[in-house]
Design a protein around this ligand. Structure first.
Ligand SMILES: [Zn+2]
Length: 286
């Protein structure tokens, strides 16, 4: 779907497929009787998640945020995570809006967990790793890159080096510091509760701002402050970071773009008695 422009940037939601994760792990300490209403589980207790990349284009730079889960995963891996490319693939959705992998000039990865970085590299017919976006520079925060090479045992199963080690070896990797400007009004917003060095991505121009909220707020349900993933390395830090972020987002009328919510693409919020209320919502066309 094409969203409202952010100043000079045209904005596209690029659906690249779906997968599933354990509902309890996604909702942390929230009881199932509460979350199953908004996020119904399958018989294995898994809930549906999208893999929705963001593309912004200012007529000169074509910037893709996240790369999807990719096509190189094994049969077993696809089964465990119920990876589903039957409705959308990254290449089909890009071409729907007139883009190909070759047109992408910048790929920004918020962090290197497999569901965000898996599409950065593909295997050719001889199972050799190849760079998926041949004309792009790839941007990752320095802090997250270092962690991805040497992850904590708690999230090491999410850092699969085949998804990114070639980036460095091929000289296409640009490491940036927390909160750095990346280009023309696109910058990082550092949060460390989910994993060290994750950067939300802010796109700002002419007074409007969109933020790609990645795994700080994976689903619309996580707009409620205590709804925090069991996956997070530091849930107390996520809570603190989320409150600061959502207060600023409601004060400044930011558009929040979801990677993982299967039905809601983006929202604007305002403060409510308890938490936050949605005042504007883009929903996925079905
Ligand atoms: Zn993650």
């Amino acid at each position: 779907m094409q969203l409202e422009n952010i100043g000079k940037w045209k904005v596209f939601a690029i659906e690249s497929g779906f997968f599933k994760l354990d509902g309890g792990a996604m909702m942390g300490s929230v009881p199932k009787v509460l979350w199953e209403k908004t996020n119904p589980p399958d018989k294995l207790n898994r809930i549906n998640l999208s893999l929705r990349c963001l593309l912004v284009d200012d007529g000169e730079n074509v910037v893709l945020i996240e790369s999807g889960i990719g096509q190189k995963n094994s049969k077993k891996f696809k089964k465990i995570f119920a990876i589903d490319h039957s409705e959308y693939t990254l290449s089909n959705t890009l071409s729907k809006y007139g883009y190909s992998f070759k047109d992408i000039t910048h790929v920004i990865l918020t962090h290197l967990h497999f569901d965000h970085s898996g599409g950065a590299i593909y295997y050719d017919e001889n199972r050799c790793s190849k760079i998926a976006f041949p004309n792009a520079k790839y941007y990752v925060s320095k802090k997250n890159w270092d962690i991805a090479l040497n992850p904590s045992p708690r999230d090491s199963a999410s850092y699969l080096k085949d998804n990114y080690k070639l980036l460095d070896e091929s000289n296409v990797l640009e490491l940036f510091n927390d909160n750095d400007d990346i280009l023309n009004g696109i910058s990082g917003y550092a949060v460390d509760g989910h994993t060290i060095g994750q950067q939300l991505i802010k796109v700002s121009d002419k007074g409007s701002t969109l933020v790609f909220v990645s795994d700080l707020i994976p689903l619309k349900s996580h707009l409620k402050l205590p709804w925090i993933m069991g996956y997070d390395l530091n849930a107390a830090l996520t809570l603190k970071e989320k409150k600061i972020f959502l207060d600023e987002a409601s004060d400044k009328n930011w558009l929040l773009f979801f990677y993982h919510d299967p039905d809601t693409i983006a929202v604007k919020i305002c403060k409510d008695k308890k938490y936050y209320k949605i005042i504007n919502e883009y929903r996925r066309e079905k």
